[in-house]
Design a protein. Sequence first.
Length: 263
Amino acid sequence: MKFNWPAESIWEQIQPVWPDFTIDIVSQTDSTNTQLLQRIRSGQTAPVMLVAETQTAGRGRMGKAWASQAGDTLMFSLAAPLNPEQHGLSLVLGCAVINALDTIGQKLKIKWPNDIWYAQPDPNTGQNLWHKLVGILVETVLYGRQRYAVIGIGININPPPQQSTYHTPPGYLKQLDPRWDAPSALACVAPHVAQAVYNFNTHGLAPWQQSFAQKDLLAGNRLYISNGIQGTGAGIDLHGNLLIKTADGLKTISSGEVSVRPC
Ligand code: BTN
C-alpha cells in the first residue's frame, strides 16, 4: 500500500450513522463503483466504502473512462440505501464535498449536475479560469425492494502528467493547499459525504437549495447544452433539474445525460 489510510477514524465517524458500516481499502481494483455494484447484486447490501489506490478500469459519467495516475487521485465509492422518492442527490454530494474541502469559501463551485471546479485567476487578465477538480458518478441498483446508491468520487490531488492534452487542464487539491494528500482528503470528505447521503434520504434536496445556489458555477452564464439548447443558467428547481433562460422562455434540463458548457 502506498499510503497510510485513516480507515479507523473514518469508520468511527460513520458508524453512528450506519451501525453496520464497513470500510475497505485496496491497492488496486478495476473500478470501486463496479465492485460495489457487484457486491449489492450479490446480496451484500450493508453500507460500505471502498477506497482504491489504483483503478484499472475507472468509469466516469456518460459511459466515459476515468483515467488516473496512482497516488495522484483520491478514488473511492460509497454504497448505501437510497430513498427513491428524493431527487438531486448528486447536487447534495457536490455541496457536501465543497463544504469539506473549501474551508475558506468561494474558490470551488459545482458544475451541474455533479462536477466540482476550481477557480484560479489568470495572471495576465485577472479573470477566473476554471479547472475540474472532482468528478462524481452516482449509480443506483435495486436489490429486492430496496434501491441502493453507489456514489463514486474522484478527487485530483496532484497536477496531471505534463504530456496530457486537456481542453481545459484539470485542477488539483494541492493548488488550494500543498498540505493535502489522498488520505487527508479522504478523512475530510468521507464523513461529510456519508452524513449528507443519510440526511438526503429523509429531507431530500430542500435543505441544500441555498447552499447549492452559492456554489452554482452555471448561474448567470451563457450555456450550450448538448441537446442543442442555448441560454443563460438560472439555477435549479426543487427536483435538482437545471433551469435555463432561453429566447423561448425558461427550459428545464432534467437528464444528467447531457453535457453543459459555457458558450
Ligand atoms: C466524472 O467526472 O465523469 C465522474 C468520475 C468519477 C470517478 C470516480 S473514481 C472512484 C469511482 N470509481 C469509478 O470507476 N468512478 C468513480
